[in-house]
Design a protein around this ligand. Sequence first.
Ligand SMILES: CC(C)(COP(=O)(O)OP(=O)(O)OC[C@H]1O[C@@H](n2cnc3c(N)ncnc32)[C@H](O)[C@@H]1OP(=O)(O)O)[C@@H](O)C(=O)NCCC(=O)NCCS
Length: 202
Amino acid sequence: MISGLRSDAFVESPGSAARLTVRKAVMHDIAPILHLINSYAARGIMLARTEFEMSEAIRDFSVVTFDGQLLGCGALHFYSPTTAEIRSLAVHEHAKTKGVGRKLVEALVAEAEQYELDAVFAFTYVVDFFSRVGFHVVERGALPLKAWKDCVRCPKFQACDEVAVLQILRPDHWAEAEPQPWGPLMTSPTDELIQIPNLRLP
Ligand SMILES: CC(C)(COP(=O)(O)OP(=O)(O)OC[C@H]1O[C@@H](n2cnc3c(N)ncnc32)[C@H](O)[C@@H]1OP(=O)(O)O)[C@@H](O)C(=O)NCCC(=O)NCCS
C-alpha cells in the first residue's frame, strides 16, 4: 500500500529496497505520469502535458515506483552542451514529504553528472524544496536560453511568477558572468530582442 510508505523506505533493507524503485521511465509510464502531472495542472501548479508531448519526451523522465505503482516523476531536459532543466517534477499527494521528490532530483542530478553538464536549473514555485535539495535562487536573466526556447510560448510570459533556481555541478567549468556560447543575452534566434519578464506584484 502506498499509504504504508515510510520516510526511510529508500534505506536499503531486504524488505523495502526491492519495492521502492527509482528508474528511467518507459512507455507504460506515460499514462500514470500524465495523470499525475495533469492533476496538478488542473490546479494551476504545473503545465499540462499531452500524450504526444510525453511520447516525445519520455527519455527525459525518471520515475519512483512503490510495488510497481508510480509515486512520482521528474524530467531532465537538455538545453545546451553545459546545462539542463529539471522539470515536470511531481509527487502524488499521498506520497509527499517522504523523500520521493529528493530521490527524483538526486537521480536527475546524477544523470546530469553522467552527461558532464556544468549546471542544472529549474523554474519553480517550491523554492524551499529546491533549496533543501541543493539549489540556489538566481536571476531569471541568468538563464536566457530558457526565455526564447520556452517562455515566449507560455501564457504566463508577461506575468511569470516562477523563481529560477540553479545547482552548479562543475564550478571550475561554470562561469555565470561569462557570455553564453549560444550568443548574446536576451536575443532570439531571429535576432529579436526578448524582454525577460519581471514579477508583477498585485
Ligand atoms: C515539490 C514536490 C516535488 C516535493 O516532493 P516531496 O516528495 O514531497 O519532497 P521530499 O519529501 O523529498 O522533501 C525534500 C525536502 O524538501 C522539503 N520540502 C518538500 N516540499 C516542500 C515544500 N512545499 N516547501 C518547503 N519544503 C519542502 C522537505 O521537508 C524535505 O526537507 P528535509 O529533507 O530537509 O527534511 C511535491 O510537493 C510536489 O509534487 N508538488 C506539486 C508539484 C510541484 O510543485 N512540482 C514542482 C514543479 S518545479
